[in-house]
Design a protein around this ligand. Sequence first.
Ligand code: ZN
Length: 588
Amino acid sequence: MALTLEQLNAASPAEAVALLDGLYEHSPWIAGQALAQRPFTSLAHIKHAMVQVLAQAGEQAQLDLIRAHPELAGKAMQTNTLTAESTNEQNKAGLTQCTPEELAHIQNLNRQYGERFGFPFILAVRGPRGLGLPKAEILATFERRLRNHPDFERAEALRNIHRIAEIRLNDKFGYVPTLGNDVWDWQEKLAQHTDPGYAELGQLTVTYLTDAHRACAQRISHWMREIGFDEVEIDAVGNVVGRYHPAVAGAQYLLTGSHYDTVRNGGKYDGRLGIFVPMACVRELHRQSKRLPFGIEVVAFAEEEGQRYKATFLGSGALTGDFNPDWLDQQDADGITMRAAMQHAGLCIDDIPKLQRNPAHYLGFIEVHIEQGPVLNELDLPLGVVTAINASVRYQCSITGMASHAGTTPMNRRRDAAVGVAELALFMETRAAQDGDSVATIGMLQVPNGSINVVPGQCHFSLDIRAPSNAQRDALRDDILARLAEICERRGLQYRTEQTMQESAAPSAPEWQQRWEAAVQALGVPVFHLPSGAGHDAMKLHKILPQAMLFVRGLNSGISHNPLESSTNDDMQLAVDAFGHVLQQLAA
Ligand SMILES: [Zn+2]
């Protein structure tokens, strides 16, 4: 019999502990203490309460919990002394059917891991979709995590323990994140299309208007039709646009969506999550034959990443009237112009200006996106409400000093360009940290024609400065450039800076941000705010519509633009639920 929230909330403390038995390996105290937060409003609420208990329990209790776990395919499995839950999990991952060679390999890894960290390797082997990870992926993860810093690895072990508990809790309640699974599966299917050269390597790359890109557009439009959108079209720049009509013709539409192109060797969720989450919601409306007082327009943007051509945000830019016709002459690496690629794809270039949206026809724009950063993952929070897409500015710079012999030039007679940059980098680190939410990076740093025995006479470097408001960015930039001048003056160096890019901040519209907040709160998880350090399609739509974004936790430190990018079916389900809640609020 599946457990219900009502039962759990009504049970005596002792009964309740018994009902939640087995979530955390040999550690019933975690669920026990979390019960103080009853009544629970959702499973997500219970999960978060347990996460908090462990976070506050201190390092020793956390280590004890980690050490209460069996080794992967270890002695406990071979002597049949695993808990029932662990047996089930190791079974699903195929670990109970290892060849002797595989077992020997895993045991070798277990030994190395134990020596390095002093606790057993813990992996939620049921995986992010809950179905069990393939053995090869388990081994690859094991090998990768052996190289982690011990502090990080301890936290990663705890995150995996929480994921294990999440799945066990779902099982107890007979709960299946059905819509999260569907969103996951759509992304998995879409990821089958990848550009030549990458397909062979098993990598995901979908750049503007390649065969794989056009196949993605076909798939998305097919699914949109299948699940009940009233109108579906591929527009003049390759965006897939699905419209679900309002109850009354002529009403405004909610605009939403994200991009389906990827970076080279990218992840499966960047952009695509923000297409499939609203699609899942529209499918539910259609299933219930329900119409809202407003329409829903989901746009799968054709291009955001700027991989094949230099121009970026081609898809969302076309909706805001920012498609620059000069871009049509840009060439890809093979000399194919954007115009030729668009003609080859059968797109009506002349119609691009018609794609510009009239803001009067829309309520606003919302976008769901994987965080692409480590914050939510580190805080064990599934969702985050975005306060602003950061303002940014970039420079290419150089410092010129004097090249001289590394052996014969005394330290007080040097004009070392690289040390000047080093001093600037340290200043940037401290100064950006003072703001709390600003970031400043020297991502490129070169001593041209440098030599091991020569004091650097010149140094080329880049600056990337971002902050949640233009004023905060400008103040940070001014301080950095002033310090650069001061360093060069003091060290007898010369410098040159060239601004290569500047984007304004896109603060979330307060009433739309509040809708996401209300939605997250209704799910029983804490409302957490963060700025977006990366650019998104919402930044473009910001020019014509009020906008706000919702971030979904990424696994593996939130790595993105990388095949390790990942999330879970449970978090995707929460994103669908949050989106559905915003629809309800707008309809009310
Ligand atoms: Zn993206």
